[in-house]
Design a binder for this molecule. Sequence first.
Ligand code: CA
Length: 232
Amino acid sequence: MNKAQILVIEDEQDIRDLIAFQLKSEGHDVLSAESADKAVTFLERGEKIDLFLVDWMLPGSMSGLEFTKKIRSQSRFDHIPVIMITALTQAENIVAGLDAGADDYITKPFDLNVLQARVRVQLRQSAIQETSNKNLLDFDILKIESSKCRVWVEKEEISLTSTEFKILLLLAQKPGHVYTRDQFINSIQGDNIFVTGRTVDTHIAGLRKKMGAAANMIETIRGIGYRFKDAL
Ligand code: CA
């Protein structure tokens, strides 16, 4: 198992220290926070987190449940596993925790070995996800989530037509590669749409307009077609 950085949010110091000790003994880095507010300061300073362990009942402006909802609403964290820890054992609590976006749920009192095993499961699953679907294409200014057909420019989501999205994805999956108009036509043909080279140019013009600050990532190769700017 790879080493992960785990953020533990738990207000009871004994439990927090125990969890941290246990996770460190498995080779992980641990960041400890006694409240969600403190945890937010870790996130704001750009810490890379591989897994969140979140106690539900916390002092301060946010409960663990609210914290989980908050990170789930941000594209930077929406794919990172969250295990919720809580003394609330009712089914309705468990459902609320999972609905808020937690991946797993551990009730107090818990066995540290069970906690560790649950952490291993979540880290393994997120590693599989990361390598198997290359779902997120990240070019800093531009992010493309291929499975959900979503695109962000400078953290603002932009709305593309399905043809514009297909063109962008084709380009962005192979930066530096020049695509001819005919290749675009082949990839967007179907759907009973009649496509010509001129149509491709029109779609690219529309795409660039929507891409705003990232528009220059699509380069025109005169007389040939287009390519996505090579990062190098
Ligand atoms: Ca608590």
